[in-house]
Design a protein around this ligand. Structure first.
Ligand code: F6R
Length: 605
């Protein structure tokens, strides 16, 4: 939630600092601002709106100076106003900070400071910390000491970057339960809440751990522990993400571009060494009990994976939403597998922490290198999908689903549930999938677009599927809600007749995820539900496979995918539904890459 950036250079950095928060805009886009030290004075500009809107008002990119901090906000404490936007200045205007996370004891600190005459401009917890700095500096007259003294007083989770005219050469940064990374350049250094803050300028990064602070200069940096002052030696990561992957290319939106990245994303997922996949499968095999966990889209990926494990490995592992994970008792011998694109999601991190404390083993499939979740688990698989900029997850979710398919397949082989022949056949199907994804993207996008256009006015949708297509329907309904703001409810097709059928009438549209004909039981059950809707005057849209005349006859409109393996069929439908949501949102003129009220990584509880 929210993006932080800071640069220390010898040259003017106004344009680069502005670019860096533009590259972070997907993390929050209610308001933004920049603060720079210009000729010994702090210059602060901020306002409400997206980055380009604020730039048009405030000329952020024209700001002058060689050291500065910037922030793009997704409001948590305090509504969306210019005063509440970051950076925040201290009341004597000597310190300026940007902050992510929540200072949980800010109310009492604020009251104390107010009783001492401090005047607050905003309602944020952040402004409390910057004024504590002012107070500590009056006592210590030393920036590092004041920074540490102020930190001693706050509770909660935070990453903070501070700039002050008292030290024009350095930024002061701290991390606790909210991500912060350093980027190391030539004669310049960077700090950011994620890699995209500085990926355009350097590929050398250091991931800060909780309880570490940094005094960051343009040629030097020193990382120490807040508690002991001890210097910490950190390894430097080389980031191999391609900068171009985080650009929009010729596409009108990141969401569309990222859907079209999917053949490549699946190829990357196929390249993950088999030893890593079987290492994770082995953890499942050894566990007394195992749980699959994620939240939002990754919860649905966990749900889809449930079906993979049961059909390919004859094992049932419950999927739980991270925010509800505390209902289960975990203990030593259990395994908790988390799925997370960002690797920073608060609910998932908290649930993993609970699992670790209870003595369970933990594993994760994560996209962002150096993220908290990737560092905290016993085994991690880095999915290598490249930066996902659109707030709505598409390519990362698909890759995670594909990776889980590989893990389930490996477990099925290890447990001798699959014969060698069947295992080999499934492997071949997986290897052919990137080509299939390319083909369906090329061939079907026009059809999907037409259906989306003709139905974008529909305010209420049912998304329905049986078996593994049920969580695909749930995930697809979430995509639809996120980008179109229309109501879409995912449910099992067989569940419909137990109540929701009463809503069916021509205006209510039902999107069915129709299995392959060879998946006979699932196919029959889906067809029954489709006919139930049709008979009651409902409008039926199908995502199905070619040659399915029976399903086609029930549909008002349909997307017909080429024949493919049953293994990959649900993934192909997932892609079509992503595209459907995209084109419906396009027709409705929605803010596709940054839907209202959402942010990319939800690092708050
Ligand atoms: C939906 C979406 C969210 C995330 C969820 C978990 O398109 O993006 O539902 O899936 O917030 O985020 P990560 O995967 O970063 O843990």
């Amino acid at each position: 939630m929210c993006g932080i950036s800071g640069i220390v250079h010898s040259e003017n950095i106004g344009r680069n600092l502005f670019n860096s928060i533009r590259n972070l805009e997907y993390r929050g886009y209610d308001s933004c601002g920049m603060a720079m030290l210009s000729e010994g004075e702090l210059d602060l500009r901020k306002n409400i709106g997206g980055i380009d809107e604020v730039n048009a008002l405030e000329q952020l990119d024209k700001m002058q100076g060689s050291i500065g901090i910037a922030h793009t906000r997704w409001a948590t404490h305090g509504s969306v106003t210019q005063e509440n936007a970051h950076p925040h200045l201290s009341y004597k205007r000597e310190f300026v900070i940007v902050h992510n996370g929540i200072i949980s004891n800010y109310q009492e600190l604020r009251e104390r400071l107010m009783s001492q005459g401090v005047v607050f401009e905003s309602l944020t917890d952040t402004e409390v910390f910057v004024n504590l700095l002012e107070e500590s500096y009056a006592e210590h007259s030393d920036l590092e000491k004041s920074f540490l003294a102020a930190l001693q007083q706050i509770e909660g989770s935070y990453s903070i970057v501070m700039l002050s005219a008292h030290d024009p050469e350095h930024l002061y940064c701290v991390k606790k339960e909210s991500p912060l990374l350093l980027g190391l350049g030539e004669g310049c250094n960077y700090v950011g809440s994620d890699l995209n803050a500085f990926l355009e300028y350097t590929r050398q990064a250091i991931v800060l751990d909780d309880g570490e602070y940094v005094v960051l200069g343009r040629d030097d940096y020193q990382i120490r522990k807040v508690e002991t002052g001890e210097i910490v030696k950190k390894s430097i990561l080389h980031i191999d993400w391609d900068v171009e992957t985080s650009k929009k290319g010729g596409y009108s939106h990141y969401m569309l571009k990222e859907i079209f990245d999917e053949p490549q994303t699946v190829r990357q997922a196929l390249k993950i060494p088999t030893e890593q996949i079987s290492g994770l499968a082995e953890m499942f095999r050894e566990a007394s009990r195992a749980y699959l966990m994620g939240v939002g889209t990754t919860f649905y990926v966990a749900n889809i994976s449930q079906y993979f494990f049961s059909t390919l490995a004859d094992r049932y592992y419950p999927a739980l939403s991270s925010d509800e994970f505390s209902v289960v008792t975990v203990e030593s011998g259990d395994l908790v597998l988390a799925l997370s694109q960002s690797g920073e999601t608060y609910d998932t991190k908290t649930a993993l922490q609970y699992a670790k404390t209870s003595g369970a083993k933990t594993a994760a499939v994560v996209n962002v290198m150096g993220s908290a979740i990737s560092m905290m688990v016993d085994q991690v698989i880095m999915q290598g999908s490249g930066p996902e900029i659109c707030v709505v997850s598409t390519k990362a979710a698909l890759a995670q689903t594909f990776i889980m398919l590989r893990v389930a397949l490996e477990l099925g082989r290890m447990r001798d549930y699959l014969t060698q022949d069947v295992y080999q056949k499934h492997q071949q199907d997986l290897e052919l999938f990137p080509e299939m994804v390319q083909q369906i993207l090329n061939e079907q996008s026009g059809f999907v677009r037409n259906i989306a256009r003709s139905t974008s006015h529909v305010e209420h949708w049912l998304f329905l599927g049986c078996g593994v297509y049920y969580p695909v329907a749930m995930e697809s309904a979430l995509k639809m809600k996120e980008v179109t703001y229309q109501h879409a409810e995912g449910m099992p097709a067989g569940f419909l007749k137990h109540g929701t059928l009463s809503m069916v009438e021509p205006a209510l549209h039902s999107l069915f995820f129709v299995p392959l004909k060879e998946q006979k039981v699932l196919h029959d059950r889906t067809l029954i539900a489709m006919e139930q809707v049709k008979t009651r005057g409902g409008t039926v849209i199908g995502i199905m496979f070619q040659g399915d005349e029976r399903a086609l006859a029930v549909c008002d409109q349909a997307v017909q995918l080429p024949q493919m393996s049953a293994l990959c069929a649900p993934l192909a439908q997932m892609i079509m539904a992503q595209m459907f949501a995209y084109y419906a949102a396009l027709d409705l003129g929605r803010n596709i890459d940054k839907p209202r009220n959402l942010a990319k990584s939800v690092t708050v509880g």
